[in-house]
Design a protein around this ligand. Sequence first.
Ligand code: SF4
Ligand code: MG
Length: 319
Amino acid sequence: TFDVSAPWLNRVLEGKPRQSLNAVDGVSFDIRKGRTLALVGESGCGKSTVARLLVGLYEPTRGHLTFDGQDAHAEFKKPEGRALRRRIQMIFQDPYASLNPRWIVEDIIGEPLREHGLITDKAELRERVGALLKSVGLSPLDMPKYPHQFSGGQRQRISIARALATEPEFLVCDEPTSALDVSVQAQVLNIMKDLQRERGLTYLFISHNLAVVRHVSDEVGVMYLGRLVERADKHTLFAAPKHPYTRMLLDAIPEMRQTGRARTPVQGEVPNPLNPPGGCTFHPRCPHANERCKTERPALNAVSEGQWVACHAVQEQRI
Ligand code: SF4
Ligand code: MG
């Protein structure tokens, strides 16, 4: 099997030096090869931090991260850690910011191949870059162009081609379509699904958009303030969400609102992650909160085959 598990408890440096943030706390998951796990939640819930930890852009200060049985962060630090980096690639949200505007497409896509010493011969490199462009629905004739000559959707395809250059097995995709027009989002998502099928890729797909998640995922993890509060296969999650926060997210989308179930009215904003509430961190916004919720942190427990929920009310069968 192919495991990505991150049973860590960490403090992560984000942005400004010395501002330490307990961004991701006890998030643990594994993803089966060739499948897509989506992580959803509002901004500030720690989704992007998980993504950056997985590709080695952030280092966990406590706990550990294993990939395919290896300690990934120990591996990332070694010179030969490049072998692991090659297997895990990332697609970023903003294709405008992540492509160097002064480089032509040939160099952008060819760079990881050169960096990892995979191809040194110029003709061979061009041939490979041309094939990568074709695999994302672009043309080898695009090689001498600059990023500004492409639309947003095309730029994201270039980012995908670059991420695929090293033939990774695992792609971490952080909101890969949320900067794009709705009309091109589906195109890019379908290309990603086709590539997954053809190459047996495994995706961690990060998004705040549940419609997108429903389209691309096999399994879904819902995050709130750096914790996983619910995890289930996609069909279970959308048909029978259990955690009050998951229900709130689904209720916010009219076409996904459940009939025959009382709405979960939740007000409020995500609290400051630097000073999270005690107990269940969702309690200030939860209509089912009681005294226990204010003091005791709920653990993620299995509630049925393939569904885990961190909620006292669900455990106590109050909801
Ligand atoms: Fe709401 Fe309590 Fe469940 Fe947290 S543990 S989601 S506060 S009912
Ligand atoms: Mg983010």
